[in-house]
Design a protein around this ligand. Structure first.
Ligand SMILES: *[C@@H]1O[C@H](CO)[C@@H](O)[C@H](O)[C@H]1NC(C)=O
Ligand SMILES: *[C@@H]1O[C@H](CO)[C@@H](O)[C@H](O)[C@H]1NC(C)=O
Ligand SMILES: *[C@@H]1O[C@H](CO)[C@@H](O)[C@H](O)[C@H]1NC(C)=O
Ligand SMILES: *[C@@H]1O[C@H](CO)[C@@H](O)[C@H](O)[C@H]1NC(C)=O
Ligand SMILES: *[C@@H]1O[C@H](CO)[C@@H](O)[C@H](O)[C@H]1NC(C)=O
Length: 330
């Protein structure tokens, strides 16, 4: 009895040893029409009669096939969804080693990449967000990118960026500029396909200037001459109306400004000051969006010299002048 059993086990073992177990297939890939392809290793010793193909999705097994060819067209699978493909060669009924591939089926060439519901939202300051949707819903974005092009309609300059996801933040736009934004969906897997343009126009609402910067200051005994630079016209195109120089109890001056395309420095001449005294002031620019944060400045006038005293006083007189017109407020 014991001897018989041993023979049986040996016979089974010898039958297994004679089976040819095929090795893994090569070059397993899926293309944009969901054609799954592979090759048999050229050095495969076993005779191959077919392949076992299993497709597993997020929800479990989607399909199980036996194929005699080295490809299978899985046109019924959704694109932009992740699938796990497993292919094993079969030799004399023996299923060989598996090759597994987890991949998306790229977007089909005839997919509708139309965008819809393009929205522009001001988030405050210079920060603006764009949001959009695909007209035909996709499961995930897989190989989709979006080309966002922003054109300044005043200067016709434009810049573009590629983004993933269905929103973008624009934080380099200038207030009071009319913009055109256009967005196009692009599938970056081969063959590259592009959807139609979606576009909208908008203006960034008025926003105060950045504080002015001091270019030069020159103190005399009774005068202070200053030159201020306003924020670059390209960065904030809201018309500037005034430069405010607030000297507390001593003076409070508003210099009207005509705001041309080229924003020239503004000179402010304070006169009739007391010699040898520290003056504190706050300087701010006002445009159609409001008043900028102010720049604090302290300037000390020079002490009187005996010889120049009379001339200095005679010439004294508060005078505040912008670049384009004189004004006296005393
Ligand atoms: C799938 O790929 C194979 C191998 O390249 C090719 O022979 C076959 O025609 C393809 N099927 C389709 C539907 O294009
Ligand atoms: C793509 O989808 C949009 C919105 O659903 C539709 O208006 C348009 O006709 C579609 N285009 C094609 C080519 O099917
Ligand atoms: C713009 O707003 C978004 C969302 O609140 C924020 O993540 C981003 O940092 C902001 N950008 C700037 C420059 O403030
Ligand atoms: C200076 O003038 C501005 C604008 O007229 C005013 O808002 C501000 O209160 C004044 N400052 C002082 C110290 O009077
Ligand atoms: C201020 O004084 C400087 C130097 O004297 C002069 O060149 C400039 O024209 C004056 N600015 C105004 C607005 O009068």
């Amino acid at each position: 009895m014991i001897a018989r059993l041993l023979v049986l086990v040996l016979a089974t073992a010898s039958s297994c040893a004679n089976d040819c177990v095929p090795g893994v297939v090569r070059n397993l890939a899926v293309d944009h029409i969901a054609n799954l392809t592979w090759n048999v290793d050229p050095n495969e010793p076993c005779p191959i009669e077919g392949f076992r193909v299993e497709v597993v999705g997020e929800d479990g097994i989607a399909a199980l096939f036996r194929s005699s060819l080295n490809y299978i067209h899985l046109s019924f699978l959704d694109f932009c969804q992740e699938w796990q493909f497993t292919v094993a060669p079969i030799s004399n009924g023996v299923v060989g080693f598996e090759h597994r591939l987890t991949d998306y089926i790229p977007i089909r060439q005839d997919a509708n990449l139309t965008l819809t519901n393009l929205r522009v939202t001001h988030l405050g300051g210079k920060n603006t967000s764009l949001q959009w949707e695909m007209a035909e819903p996709f499961r995930g974005d897989c190989t989709l990118r979006y080309r966002v092009l922003v054109r300044d309609r005043q200067t016709s300059t434009s810049h573009s960026v590629y983004v993933t996801g269905r929103s973008a933040y624009l934080d380099t736009l200038a207030p009071c500029v009319p913009y055109l934004v256009s967005i196009r969906a692009v599938s970056t897997s081969l063959p590259i396909i592009e959807g139609p343009l979606a576009y909208t126009t908008f203006d960034i609402e008025a926003f105060p200037e950045d504080p002015p910067t001091l270019l030069s200051v020159d103190a005399g005994t009774t005068t202070v001459k200053m030159v201020w630079q306003l924020e670059d016209y390209m960065k904030n195109r809201c018309p500037v109306v005034n430069l405010h120089v607030d000297g507390g109890d001593f003076f409070n001056v508003t210099v009207p400004i005509e705001d041309p395309y080229y924003r020239k420095p503004v000179s402010v001449n304070l006169t009739r000051l007391h010699p040898d005294r520290m003056y504190y002031m706050k300087v701010a620019a006002e445009n159609s969006g409001g008043i900028s944060t102010s720049v604090p400045l302290g300037v000390q006038t020079l002490p009187l010299e005996r010889d120049g005293e009379y001339d200095n006083l005679a010439a004294a007189g508060f005078q505040f002048q912008g670049l384009h017109r004189d004004l006296s407020w005393w």
